[in-house]
Design a protein. Structure first.
Length: 293
């Protein structure tokens, strides 16, 4: 130590070395750590790793066997902006899982076992720009307001899932959306899906692998590209009547006929009653006149 109290170069190097050693000690087991990054790719992890440095900005858990993301442990990583959990066993309910990582910009949940996306799944990720939930074959439902709070979302991929329907309002209210992956899903191209197809043809969003965005049902439209069936659906949905439509029209006609019949019957009854009391009144007047005379 010098007279001024400053550490000598050797002491300074020792302190730096201790700091680097401390950083390595805080790195999760079987993971590699660099400045603000923790990489645990392909380490056969069964659970979310412990001892992740609290200042971590980028966390990669790809290609493991993690089936659950603990919301409390994640909330300790308040500065996290990049999270890759692809190729794991995540499934069931992810609601409120990401409540403590509001700064997250990139989230990859592809190649998992997700079953549904609700409003509470990503509602706290107000800064989210890239969301990948493709290759989740058990994903069959995305609520219409699932991305209502993700207004910065620019890249969304839901390719190769079990989706058959996607409400137009789910994505058309995302002002910054530029990339939407929809290929190789089981789209049911019926009249309810027509609004979404129309939106696809009119929007400025890029649809990668567009040749594989095809109808799966009904049988007559299978394997046809979704934009190409718009005209057919408009014709069949806007001009053609189905059996239930004929039943509805017959029911309405019968109700109108019944209402008319009842109205006429009530009118007739009222007329008879009126005539009866009117004639009775005249007879009484005549009798009174006779008595007076």
């Amino acid at each position: 130590m010098s007279p001024l109290g400053r550490p000598q170069p050797l002491s300074l190097m020792f302190l730096l070395g201790m700091g680097m050693a401390s950083e390595r000690m805080n790195c999760p087991k079987r993971c590699s750590c660099q400045y603000l990054e923790v990489n645990c790719t392909g380490q056969q992890l069964q659970e979310f790793p412990v001892d992740i440095p609290l200042d971590t900005r980028q966390l990669i858990l790809a290609a493991n066997h993690v089936s659950y993301l603990p919301a409390v442990e994640l909330s300790f990583l308040a500065d996290l902006v990049y999270l890759d959990c692809s190729k794991n066993l995540l499934g069931d309910d992810l609601d409120f899982t990401f409540i403590g990582v509001a700064k997250l910009v990139y989230l990859d949940l592809s190649f998992n076992n997700l079953t549904q996306i609700t409003f509470s799944t990503f509602s706290h990720l107000l800064s989210l720009v890239v969301l990948k939930i493709s290759d989740n074959p058990s994903l069959v439902a995305i609520e219409k307001d699932a991305f209502a709070n993700n207004t910065w979302l620019r890249h969304l991929d839901v390719s190769r899932t079990g989706l058959t329907f996607l409400d137009t309002s789910t994505i058309q209210d995302l002002p910054n959306l530029r990339f939407l992956g929809l290929s190789d899903n089981l789209w049911h191209c019926n009249c309810s899906f027509l609004d979404f197809i129309t939106w696809m043809t009119e929007s400025n969003v890029h649809f990668p692998d567009a040749d594989n965005i095809t109808c799966y049902t009904p049988e007559g439209l299978r394997a046809l590209r979704i934009p190409a069936v718009e005209a057919q659906l408009q014709f069949s949905c806007l001009t053609q009547l189905y059996k239930q439509d004929y039943v509805f029209l017959c029911l309405i006609g019968f109700c109108i006929f019944l209402a008319g019949t009842m109205t006429a019957w009530l009118s007739g009854i009222c007329a008879v009653i009126y005539e009866f009391y009117a004639s009775k009144g005249e007879e009484e007047e005549e009798e009174e006149e006779e008595e007076d005379t």
